[in-house]
Design a protein around this ligand. Structure first.
Ligand SMILES: Cc1cc2nc3c(=O)[nH]c(=O)nc-3n(C[C@H](O)[C@H](O)[C@H](O)COP(=O)(O)OP(=O)(O)OC[C@H]3O[C@@H](n4cnc5c(N)ncnc54)[C@H](O)[C@@H]3O)c2cc1C
Length: 494
C-alpha cells in the first residue's frame, strides 16, 4: 500500500471559515503545506448552497467581511451572490483556490499519539482516499448540508401544490402569480417573504410564534459618508463602529429587556398597516436576544405587508389539504406553493467521526476550550462563529490563534497541543439560546465551562484578549515534546 499524502494542516470545508483559515496560513505560515477538503463541488459553503429568492446577509458586511480584506462599497446587508463573489475573489487573491480539493468529504479522522498525526478518511466520489495531517482544522459550518430540519405535517401527501424547503430551492421554480405560504418566522422566512411578494400573487407568512424583527438601512450611513477615503482607512472605522454598536445593542437587550422589547415593538407598529396587530404578530414570548434578532433591510418586510402583497398569520398547522393548509383556529390558507422555512439540523464538525488513540470522541461529553478546541483532542481546532454578532469576527480570531499555536509548536519543538480540562470546572450548555435548532442539538454539542478559558464569551472585545492575545502556554494546553523518530521526514513538528 502506498504511503498516504501528508500535509501540515488539513482544513475541512471551503466556506467562509475554511477560506479565511487557509488565507491566514498562506500569509503568516507560508512554508506549511495545507490542503482544504470540500465535500461539495463548489466553494463558498452557505453562500453557494442557499439559492432562494432574496438570499442575503443579516449581519453588516463590515463585520461579516474578513478584518484583513475590506468588504468593498457601502452596502451593509449584501445579497448572497455578492458575498459568494467576495469569498471566491479572496480565495483567488491568496492562492487558496489552488488548495481546495472538491468532492472530498471527510468521514473519519483518527489521531495517533505515538506518531502525533491524524489519519483522515475521505470519500471522494465514492472512492475512499486517505491522507495524514499534523493538524486538523474543522471549518465545516454548523448544519447538515443534506437534511434540513423538516417537521412532519399531516396530510402533505394530499396537497396538490408544491412544497419546497429553502435549503433545496429548485432552480426552475416559478412563483410568479402564485399564492405562496411561507412557514416560519426566522431569518430565512423574513428574507423570503418580501422577495417572493415582488411577483407572487400573494405571500402569507405563517408563524407559530413571533420573532423580533428590526429594520436597518441596507446601506451603512458611515460607510457612505467615508466613501471618498481609501478603503484601508474607512474599513476599520466602519467595522469598529459596527462592532461597538452591535455589542452595545446586545448588552442593552440583556440588561434592559423590557425597554428593548418596547422599543422594537413600537418601531414595528409604526411600520405596520392598521390591519396588522403588532401585539399578536410581532411581540415574541421570549426576551430580546434569547434568540437571534431578524433584520430587514430598509424595512422591506413591513413594506410588503403595507402594500398588501404579503400578510402574516400566527397560528399552528392542523393539516395540509389538497388546496392548502388548515390551521388550529379552523382557518384555511389556500396555496399553490408552500415554503417550509423550518430551519436546520445542527451537525457538529461536518459529521466527521473523530477518534483519539482508538477511542471515538463523543462531542457532547467534551468541553470546548476557548470555544475552538476540544478537551483531550490534540492538534484539532474548529471554527464556529458568534451567534450574537457576525460569524467572521470569531472566525478571524480563531485563525489568528491557530497561526500563533502552530508557531509556538514550531518554536518549542513540540509535536502537539491538547487542552486538558481540570476536574473542578463546572459544565454548562454551550449556548443559552432558546432557538429550536440550538435546543434540538444541545446534547450533541460540546459543553462550555464556568470559567476561562472554557467559557464561551460571545463577546468580541473580551475574546480579543482571551483568544488573540493570551499566551499560548497558559497552563491548560499540554504539549507533547517527544522528538520525531529520526529519518522520517514527514514527522516534523507542525
Ligand atoms: C441563509 C443563511 C444566512 C446566514 N447569514 C448570516 C449572516 O448574515 N451573518 C452571520 O454571521 N452568519 C450568517 N449565517 C451563518 C453562516 O453559515 C456563517 O456566517 C458562515 O457562512 C459559515 O461559514 P463556514 O465556512 O463556517 O460554514 P459553511 O458556510 O457552512 O461552509 C462549510 C463548508 O464545509 C463543507 N463540509 C461540511 N462537512 C464537510 C465534510 N465532512 N467534509 C468536507 N467538507 C465538509 C461544506 O460543504 C461547506 O462548503 C447564515 C447562514 C445561513 C444558512
Amino acid at each position: 500500500m502506498s504511503t498516504p499524502e501528508h500535509v501540515d494542516v488539513l482544513i475541512v470545508g471551503a466556506g467562509l471559515s475554511g477560506i479565511g483559515a487557509a488565507c491566514q496560513l498562506r500569509t503568516h505560515l507560508p512554508t506549511k503545506s495545507v490542503a482544504v477538503l470540500e465535500a461539495r463541488e463548489a466553494s463558498g459553503g452557505t453562500w453557494d448552497l442557499f439559492r432562494y429568492p432574496g438570499i442575503r446577509s443579516d449581519s453588516d458586511m463590515f463585520t461579516f467581511g474578513y478584518s484583513w480584506r475590506p468588504w468593498p462599497g457601502d452596502r451593509a446587508l449584501a445579497d448572497g451572490p455578492s458575498i459568494l463573489a467576495y469569498l471566491r475573489t479572496v480565495a483567488e487573491e491568496y492562492g487558496v483556490d489552488e488548495l481546495i480539493r472538491y468532492r472530498h468529504k471527510v468521514v473519519r479522522a483518527s489521531w495517533d499519539s505515538a506518531t502525533a498525526r491524524w489519519t483522515v478518511e475521505i470519500d471522494h466520489d465514492g472512492t475512499p482516499v486517505t491522507m495524514t495531517a499534523s493538524f486538523l482544522w474543522g471549518c465545516a459550518g454548523y448544519y447538515d448540508y443534506e437534511e434540513p430540519y423538516a417537521p412532519e405535517f399531516a396530510g402533505t401527501e394530499s396537497f396538490e401544490g408544491t412544497i419546497v424547503h429553502p435549503q433545496h430551492w429548485p432552480e426552475d421554480l416559478d412563483h410568479t402569480g402564485k399564492r405562496v405560504v411561507v412557514i416560519g418566522s426566522g431569518a430565512t422566512a423574513i428574507t423570503l417573504v418580501p422577495a417572493l411578494a415582488e411577483t407572487a400573487g400573494h405571500v402569507t407568512m405563517l408563524q407559530r410564534s413571533p420573532t423580533y424583527v428590526v429594520s436597518r438601512p441596507a446601506h451603512d450611513r458611515l460607510a457612505t459618508r467615508l466613501r471618498r477615503l481609501p478603503t484601508r482607512w474607512s474599513y476599520p472605522v466602519v467595522r469598529w463602529a459596527n462592532i461597538l454598536s452591535g455589542m452595545a445593542t446586545f448588552q442593552l437587550a440583556r440588561r434592559r429587556p423590557r425597554f428593548v422589547k418596547g422599543f422594537v415593538l413600537k418601531a414595528a407598529r409604526a411600520q405596520l398597516p392598521d390591519t396588522i396587530d403588532a401585539d399578536v404578530h410581532f411581540k415574541p414570548r421570549y426576551n430580546p436576544w434569547d434568540q437571534r434578532f431578524c433584520v430587514v433591510p430598509d424595512g422591506d418586510l413591513f413594506r410588503a405587508l403595507r402594500k398588501g402583497r404579503a400578510s402574516v398569520v400566527t397560528d399552528t398547522i392542523d393539516r395540509f389539504t389538497p388546496r392548502g393548509i388548515t390551521l388550529s383556529s379552523g382557518e384555511e390558507l389556500e396555496a399553490d406553493l408552500v415554503v417550509t422555512a423550518t430551519g436546520f439540523q445542527v451537525l457538529a464538525f461536518g459529521g466527521i467521526e473523530v477518534v483519539v488513540d482508538g477511542e471515538v470522541v463523543d462531542a457532547g461529553r467534551r468541553m470546548a476550550y476557548k470555544a475552538m478546541m476540544l478537551d483531550g483532542v490534540p492538534n484539532f481546532a474548529f471554527t464556529i462563529g458568534y451567534t450574537n454578532a457576525s460569524w467572521t469576527l470569531k472566525a478571524d480570531l480563531i485563525s489568528a490563534y491557530v497561526v500563533r499555536l502552530l508557531r509556538h509548536l514550531d518554536e518549542t519543538g513540540a509535536r502537539s497541543a491538547v487542552p486538558v480540562r481540570p476536574p473542578d470546572v463546572e459544565e454548562q450548555p454551550i449556548m443559552d439560546f432558546t432557538s429550536g435548532y440550538v435546543l434540538r442539538a444541545l446534547d450533541k454539542l460540546p459543553k462550555q465551562g464556568d470559567r476561562e478559558p472554557w467559557r464561551l464569551r460571545q463577546n468580541y472585545v473580551a475574546d480579543l484578549r482571551t483568544i488573540k492575545r493570551a499566551p499560548i502556554d497558559d497552563g491548560v494546553l499540554a504539549f507533547d515534546t517527544v522528538p520525531a523518530p529520526e529519518g522520517d521526514p514527514t514527522l516534523t513538528a507542525v
